[in-house]
Ligand binder design. Structure first.
Ligand code: NAD
Ligand code: MG
Length: 381
């Protein structure tokens, strides 16, 4: 019976992981964690009866203690201890942001199998995470699709990876992007996800982060990773082979599928997600991303190509800018401006250690925060 730890169990991926586990009775929920949503964490403790729960702050432990008789660990240390606990077999990293990096490394260095949703940890510290490539399996739907298309194939026969992108809520929007509201940006056409990734999808930074994620996971140069807008989100990604043939992975638009695949790999189990109804599919369309309107994608390619600490810094600036946008402190079109300016001031170093990554991440956050404060007077929405 594999013991699972879910870091970020109250989020979109975390709750869907628990749903998947409802259909996998052989798996035991050993530990769960939440940042702020203690009410939901409490419900999850009662329903799934984990051995350990982790929350963000010591001051909140008493709130959870009512009717809960398991150990409650706190903060980043608590997450790392749970991720590396001797009884845990599989760790699902469903945290959002670079906060996932240390727990991911803690799990990997303790020899755990890691089902990774948290793309930011690969963006911020890809070379550190990939030292443990044999223990990793992606949850991100595009990378799960690529994983499935590449399974058993000769890497030398692969020409390129093609990541599909829905294009987000503003793909066909012809108006002024600087005036779009937080509410409009949070309405993703196809996926119901956490706030940060939903805004990243609207700016196309999500696809940029995924390009870097694919570079690390599949060891491909940036020239060989393409992005295609496919608004129906039926094809989750494709691999083009040497002779020009393309393998695509298609499935119902539901994150439970890649989550279940990651948990049960190399086996595949029957799940409860309805199969694709081929007779009632919309037309499948493909177009090029517009990097003039959505410059975040180009910024991510640039960060990836330069490498070193630049992706770390880009990711940190993006996290700050997105949070400021959600709090109505920054306009939508100012998100790439903040990221670009922070990137332009950074002198990347190669092959950084974990402590260097964390230091540059912090520095970039401070710089991005200052910029957001300076730009605040010019917010339109
Ligand atoms: P979410 O905001 O819905 O959930 C995040 C979870 O992490 C919550 O449980 C929250 O309590 C916890 N958390 C947040 N900040 C934290 C911090 N600083 N320290 C510790 N815990 C913290 O996010 P999500 O949409 O589930 O996304 C999680 C990750 O999965 C992201 O990296 C995202 O890019 C990736 N991902 C999500 C989806 C999706 O469909 N939601 C798809 C692919 C990839
Ligand atoms: Mg994705």
């Amino acid at each position: 019976m594999p013991n699972i730890a879910i870091l970020g169990s109250t989020g979109s991926i975390g709750t869907q992981t628990l749903q998947v586990l409802n259909d996998l009775p052989d798996y035991q929920v050993f530990g769960i964690s939440a940042h702020k949503n203690l009410g939901l964490l409490q419900e999850q403790i009662h329903k799934y009866k984990p051995n350990i729960a982790v929350i963000n702050g010591k001051e909140d432990v008493h709130l959870l203690k009512k009717g809960v008789d398991i150990p409650i660990w706190v903060g980043e240390d608590g997450l790392c201890e749970l991720a590396s606990h001797p009884s845990v077999d599989v760790v699902v990293i469903a945290l959002v942001g670079a906060a996932g990096l240390k727990p991911t490394l803690a799990a990997l260095s303790a020899g755990k199998k890691v089902a990774l949703a948290n793309k930011e940890s690969l963006v911020a510290g890809g070379h550190l995470v990939m030292k443990y490539d044999k223990q990793l399996i992606p949850i991100d739907s595009e990378h799960s699709a690529l994983w499935q298309c590449l399974d058993g194939r000769n890497p030398d026969e692969v020409h390129s990876l093609i990541l599909t992108a829905s294009g987000g809520p503003f793909h066909t929007f012809a108006g002024d992007l600087s005036k779009v509201t937080v509410e409009a940006a949070l309405k993703h056409p196809n996926w119901d996800m956490g706030g940060k990734i939903t805004i990243d999808s609207a700016t196309l930074m999500n696809k940029g982060l995924e390009v870097i994620e694919a570079h690390w996971l599949f060891g491909r140069d940036y020239e060989d990773i393409q992005v295609v807008i496919h608004p129906q989100s039926i094809i989750h990604s494709m691999v083009r082979f040497r002779d020009g043939s393309i393998l695509a992975q298609m499935a119902t638009t539901d994150m439970q599928l890649p989550i279940q695949y990651a948990l049960t790999y190399p086996n595949m189990k029957t799940g409860s997600v309805p199969h694709l109804d081929l007779w009632n599919l919309p037309d499948l369309t493909f177009s090029k991303p517009d990097i003039n309107r959505f410059p975040c994608l180009a910024l991510a390619y640039k960060a990836g190509r330069v490498g070193g600490t630049l992706p770390t810094v880009m990711n940190a600036a993006n996290e700050v800018a997105v949070a400021a946008f959600i709090q109505r402190q920054l306009g939508f079109s100012q998100i790439p401006n903040v990221i670009e300016e922070v990137m332009s001031k950074h002198k990347p170093i190669d092959n950084p250690s974990l402590s260097q990554i964390l230091a540059y991440d912090q520095e970039a956050r401070l710089m991005a925060n200052d910029l957001c404060v300076r730009l605040k007077g010019r917010v339109i929405n």
